[in-house]
Design a binder for this molecule. Structure first.
Ligand code: IVH
Length: 668
């Protein structure tokens, strides 16, 4: 076959296969048989192999999964992926409605009701009409780039008819039937079973080999937009309709309601009809329809004020409490855990539930051997609701907490005004282990390849006792450990090395100073800039910092007074750990920066910057970059071919700059 003919055929096959995919997986109206589809796919793959130069950017052959990756890259969400506040009953919903109407000063509001799909939140970004990136939500700001895996989901279009950059968000999930048959197969193969469809979907998308995701029959519903340069559609329901015309799969059960009463009807309907759906849902999401009202209502630190998630009531089950196990936390707190006879609740088998502390056990009079009612709080965390005293045999004794640490045997104390019992031995192995686990955890040093299991293994093998020991680990001794191959050791060591570069706030949080959470660690790092300045800070200096109270300040001063701590910091320095704050400090932002405190919108094509680059630079000078023009916008920066945002800014009388003015302002 000559080249020209090959190119033509590849293009034609790609287009046909993409269309079949759409008809089958989005419209649910297949027009060809599976056989025909497979044949064409094979033809395409053969041709692509012979003429790789003609593989199209939207080639459907990626659906079967290409080469495995070594690791997932991290991606930053330019607009954070937030979570939602919860409602559990009618009163909460009415209260939400009241807050919305008061907040937006309107009598009537239309709401969009959507099913809350129980999967995982995903972001998909398209540039010049092509899907260029797919990512997980992660912590909302930083997710993982799982493009190759997401491209295997056949209801995700690889190409759309929209040239403006658009990021859409939705929920990837595994349909109930696919989940059941996957687990059946796994059982036959003696593999571990997935607890529920959500875990199965998340597990599939977290595989480095895209062939696995391709084999898992995942699906997606798109429910919102993130970054969107031409985002001028006035309501959420119209946005959804537009996304549908672009070829995205949106949920067909979505409904616009004109009042909260109508919303409550919708909630009632789906509470009853939920089992009929082909996929699992864990609630209903209610969103204010008008974008303008959404913008007026805005956001709290965590979630939008214009939306709420109604959570279905937790399912309850009865089981027997076999034992109470005690664990020692990082700060020495003893936590009792109920060991239960396995029982199925809301899709998973529950065998343990935290009992939190002695007071709770006493209050609920929980005894070993009791029949107990359990439920999953927020449908996730198992909890003992109450005991069933009628079923109690006479000989069950009241539960008493021990007086000695279950790990190191030292006497436990109950500090004044605390409910918790504590082991105060600073060398208690359980505490040291938990401290190390905290140090490597995601919000702290975030060390790839080093999780709880490995820490326990390292500690138990006597290889690490302190944080500093972690940085002294050597390849040879690691290789001797069970389940530690060449690859995992290399990863682990690379992860350690990389973590040395972390900015100060991660280290500070990782050290586990009492009362210093990640937010306080951030504030302190930003304020002092490096660890030496923080270490020599006085109580007075500390409490002057906004958000740092006396309790935190006192704890910091005492912590850094400890000779052991000072020695540890010195050792970590010698080992090459960064002790400086790498983010931007307020005092570094030039006073009188043209962007300080300003809300800026970017539109049109910029010649000298990428969009994200411009955004970063503006933010570094204290500006806030948002996606759409509203009354609160201060400056619109219009590149070439600026469209409707330009018109809107003009109408609203907002300052408009061209690219040169942006360049000038940034170089001031
Ligand atoms: S909207 C800022 N709509 O529920 C609003 N979320 O806490 C972002 N979810 O992380 C979410 N179905 O994973 C929205 N129709 C839906 C949803 C939905 C499921 C998940 C999503 C999010 C969580 C909300």
């Amino acid at each position: 076959m000559d080249k020209l003919e090959a190119k033509k055929q590849i293009e034609q096959l790609s287009e046909e296969l993409n269309r079949y995919n759409y008809e089958y997986h989005v419209l649910d109206q297949p027009t060809v048989s599976d056989y025909e589809y497979d044949q064409k796919m094979k033809q395409l793959k053969d041709l692509e192999e012979q003429f790789p130069e003609f593989i199209t950017a939207d080639s459907p052959s990626v659906r079967v999964g290409g080469q495995p990756l070594d690791a997932f890259e991290k991606v930053q969400h330019t607009i954070p992926m937030l979570s939602l506040g919860n409602a559990f009953n009618e009163t909460d919903l009415k209260e939400f409605d009241r807050r919305v109407r008061e907040g937006a000063s309107v009598e009537k509001v239309s709401y969009v009701c959507e099913l809350k799909i129980d999967g995982l939140a995903i972001s998909l970004r398209y540039r010049d009409g092509l899907m260029e990136r797919g990512a997980t939500r992660g912590d909302g700001r930083t997710g993982e780039n799982i493009t190759q895996n997401l491209k295997t989901i056949k209801s995700i279009p690889l190409k759309i008819n929209e040239t403006e950059t658009i990021e859409v968000r939705g929920e990837a999930f595994m349909p109930k039937r696919s989940f059941l048959s996957l687990n059946e197969k796994r059982e036959e193969n003696g593999e571990e079973l997935f607890a529920n469809p959500r875990n199965a979907a998340a597990g599939s998308l977290r595989q480095l080999d895209p062939k696995i995701a391709a084999s898992r029959n995942l699906d997606i519903f798109i429910y919102s937009v993130g970054e969107w340069e031409a985002g001028d559609i006035a309501s959420h329901s119209e946005r959804l309709a537009y996304l549908k015309t672009l070829g995205f799969k949106t949920n067909p059960e979505t409904k616009v309601c004109q009042s909260i009463e109508e919303v409550i009807e919708y909630v009632k309907y789906w509470t009853e009809h939920r089992p009929e759906l082909a996929y699992e849902i864990d609630g209903i999401v209610i969103k204010v329809d008008q974008i303008e009202l959404q913008e007026m209502l805005g956001y709290t630190a965590k979630s939008p004020r214009w939306a709420i998630a109604y959570k279905f009531p937790a399912e309850e089950a009865v089981t027997k409490l076999i034992d109470i196990e005690l664990s020692v936390g990082r700060t020495g707190v003893i936590t009792p855990t109920a060991i239960l006879e396995p029982v199925k609740v809301a899709g998973t088998t529950v065998q343990r539930a935290s009992l939190h502390n002695e007071d709770l056990i006493r209050e609920k009079d929980i005894r070993i051997g009791d029949k107990v009612v359990i439920k999953k709080a927020g449908d996730i965390i198992p909890e003992v609701v109450r005991v069933i005293p009628e079923e109690r045999s006479g000989d069950l004794v009241e539960y008493r907490m021990p007086t000695e640490c279950p790990t190191c045997g030292s006497e436990l104390v109950r500090l004044e005004e605390e409910v918790a019992l504590r082991c105060i031995n600073p060398n208690c192995p359980a505490q040291l282990k938990e401290g190390l686990i905290h140090f490597v955890s995601r919000n702290a040093m975030n060390i790839d390849g080093l999780g709880e299991k490995v820490i326990r293994q390292l500690y138990d093998a006597g290889l690490v006792h302190t944080i500093a020991d972690l940085y002294k680990l050597e390849k040879e001794s690691l290789l001797k450990l069970e389940r530690m191959g060449e690859k995992s050791v290399t990863n682990l060591l690379a992860g350690m090395e990389k973590s040395k570069e972390n900015s100060l706030e991660r280290l500070l949080f990782g050290l586990g100073v009492r009362y210093v959470g990640s937010k306080a660690a951030q504030t302190l790092s930003e304020h002092f800039g490096n660890i030496d300045a923080l270490m020599s800070a006085t109580m007075e200096e500390l409490i002057e910092i906004p958000d740092i109270g006396e309790k935190v300040a006192d704890s910091i001063v005492r912590y850094f007074e400890e000779p052991q701590v000072r020695a540890l910091i010195a050792e970590l320095k010698t080992l090459g750990l960064n002790m400086e704050y790498k983010g931007l400090r307020k005092e570094d932002v030039a006073e009188g920066s043209p962007f300080s405190g300003k809300t800026v919108v970017l539109t049109g094509k910029l010649e000298q910057f990428s969009r994200s680059d411009a955004k970063k630079q503006i933010e570094a000078l204290g500006g806030k970059v948002t996606g759409s023009v509203s009354k609160s916008t201060d400056i619109l920066i219009a590149g070439e071919d600026a469209g409707s945002k330009y018109d809107k800014a003009q109408q609203l009388g907002i300052t408009i700059w061209d690219e040169q003015q942006l360049v000038d302002a940034l170089s001031k």
